[in-house]
Design a protein around this ligand. Structure first.
Ligand code: ASP
Length: 356
């Protein structure tokens, strides 16, 4: 048979061949046992992208509405928007929630407006002692540093503790020695001190009491920073960084670097970053309590936040707030103070920031 004729015959049979293969495929997929179809649905699920969410805070506390000028307010809102944009960039390119929260918190540590990194509040001796933590909701791993004075970005040191050591928390000179061994950027302690914080510190003398009974609602900005995120793989993460509370005793460690108090993340429930009067947040194990209320009581995220911030803490006259996101992308940002610098961004393009 001539080559061209054979070719024509083959072409003539093409529709029949196609029909047969489709019929076989349909027959096979209907008649195969269920477990043989599972890998197909697993592949489909793994191709699905979770909508991502990022929530941030720049601290709860004063000032009351009307205390700041419109220009000052705008400066905070601009920085919150910038932070959200940076974090959204990470998440929208498929980055992990862990990368997003670290990147955002680093940015806020470098911004002198907030009480973390540069611009941190000062302790009783006029020094900045910094605390930070990070937690991975997928693995349950966590890292923290406390009372550090020369690490430019404590949140990155916290992540290195999580990823490069067998410990959860390092403090003081040990944390700094480790940070140097990791080639992290180190600075002179004076790098963190801004003229505004120094002036506020001088005005705050004598040292305010940390006793609960004298805990009047705070009028000073706390300004701790934090971020929680849900990434497109459905993984949660949380990070918090702070200079603590103005005039605190040397060596005092707040709630922010304590896993379960100021920072917590668990894929099955939520990711939380808290801000406020740290001693109360430690005693009430606030961030873990959020997760536990959801897990054991079956409460939705928003209700869990309300129970803690508006009921439990308010009853103890403890001021503060928190941000949280759950595994389904719900968010909550409750606070019982005059204000909380806060904002969120979603994969839908939604982005909002607020102070009061
Ligand atoms: N929670 C922080 C601390 O007590 C302070 C704050 O959030 O403003 O160290």
């Amino acid at each position: 048979m001539k080559k061209s004729l054979r070719y024509l015959i083959k072409l003539r049979h093409l529709p029949a061949l196609l029909t047969c293969s489709i019929a076989f495929f349909l027959f096979a997929s209907y008649s195969l046992p269920a477990q043989n179809t599972a890998p197909l649905s697993a592949v489909a699920a793994s191709l699905e992208h979770h909508p991502w969410v990022l929530v941030i805070h720049g601290g709860a506390g004063g000032p009351a509405k009307g205390t700041m000028t419109a220009k000052e307010e705008q400066a905070y809102l601009d920085k919150l928007n910038e932070a959200l944009k940076i974090g959204s960039g990470v998440l929208s390119h498929g980055g992990s929630s862990l990368d997003a929260v670290e990147t955002v918190v680093r940015f806020m540590e470098d911004c002198p407006l907030f009480n973390a990194g540069k611009g941190a509040v000062l302790n009783e001796n006029g020094k900045a002692e910094l605390d930070a933590a990070i937690m991975d909701g997928q693995t349950g791993m966590a890292g923290a540093v406390a009372c550090v004075t020369t690490i430019k970005n404590p949140v990155t040191a916290a992540r290195r503790v999580m990823e490069k050591t067998s410990h959860v928390m390092l403090c003081g000179s040990g944390a700094e020695k480790f940070a140097r061994s990791q080639q992290l950027e180190m600075v002179d302690p004076t790098y963190f001190i801004t003229p505004e914080r120094l002036a506020a510190w001088k005005k705050s003398r004598p040292v305010p009491s940390a006793k609960p009974e004298k805990n009047e609602p705070s009028t000073e900005k706390h300004g701790t920073v934090g971020a929680v995120a849900l990434d497109e793989n459905g993984n949660l993460a949380a990070a918090t960084s702070t200079g603590g509370m103005m005039g605190k005793m040397t060596g005092r460690i707040g709630d922010s670097p304590l896993i379960g108090a100021g920072t917590y993340a668990r894929n099955q429930t939520c990711a939380v970053s808290a801000t406020g009067h740290g001693e109360f947040f430690i005693r009430n194990v606030v961030a873990y309590d959020m997760s536990a209320i959801m897990e054991y009581r079956g409460a939705p995220l928003e209700e869990a936040g309300k129970i803690i911030i508006q009921d439990k803490l308010r009853n103890q006259k403890a001021d503060g707030g928190l941000i949280a996101v759950d595994k389904d992308g719900n968010i909550t940002m409750p606070f019982n103070t005059n204000a909380m610098f806060r904002g969120f961004a979603r994969s839908t393009g939604e982005q909002e920031v607020a102070i009061y």
